[in-house]
Design a protein around this ligand. Sequence first.
Ligand SMILES: *Cc1c(COP(=O)(O)O)cnc(C)c1O
Length: 321
Amino acid sequence: MTDLAITFDDVTAAARRLEPVAHRTPVLRSQTFDELVGATVLFKMESLQRGGAFKFRGAYNSVSQLGEQQRARGVVAFSSGNHAQAVAFASRLLGVPATIVMPADAPASKRAATEGYGATVRTYDRYTEDRRAIAAQIAEQTGAHLIPPYDDPAIMAGQGTAGLELLDETGPLDVVVAPVGGGGLLSGVAVATRAMSPDAEIYGVEPEAGNDAQRSLRDGAIVTIDTPQTIADGAQTQFLGEHTFPVLQALLSGIVTVTDQQLVDQMRFFAARMKQVVEPTGALAAAALLAGKLDIAGKRVGVIVSGGNIDLNRFAALISD
Ligand SMILES: *Cc1c(COP(=O)(O)O)cnc(C)c1O
């Protein structure tokens, strides 16, 4: 355990840094949902986090630890959306210049929000260009510090504070479920859960079209896939991280997948019954429960609802029948 990238102390340290700036997002219940799935479900609404997703947690935890000189040189990040917004927002709060490398086909709302926070946006073609190489080049040319989207201890510890807050509010749970893209959120939440609710089972949920995390755990090595075609754009990652994978390997009970249609069903439930706007990726964990992918009968289940950033026209089109 000691050779994992982060410990629970890292998560509690991140929680102290975030306490003055991050929202302590609400934990919501729905009696209808509980009846549908036959369990007690507690939804941690990171869709209501600053910047509209949990990613503010990792970004702020990371940027706030940079020294004066590095802050002056700025930061650079590559992201399909929410990490971009989060780094841009955290950087603005801390007075640090930010450059964001973003796919040319990123949702309009995400690009606009990133620019609105004062960041410089550099676009690329996500099917042909290598965003890591572009970001690395900017870092080399300008001296900017690269803030990776998930495979970084400061990011993982920051994201883990969502799990810490959830368990702080609910007490021990039987099951904790979170989405997995590159595994930053899930690894942090898993470390917090193992410390605060040692007997809880921990599950990840990813899109069926891109089940690299599921395959990686099965194979015992990081599996790389082509960019998956799914409406869950925050989980279109091609591989887990070198830091996140060992944490998931050590702490997870398993990973399940859901289809795009199951994500839409869950988004409709959030909107109709709970009056919540949740983006497709944000609905992953809850969708797995609604689709009956996990054995949760009679259990107390914590679910991370990871984000709510979606273009309103797109949201309306997805949830209309
Ligand atoms: C980034 C993101 C995820 C996946 O997080 P990872 O740390 O890459 O696993 C899930 N949901 C939303 C809304 C996201 O923005």
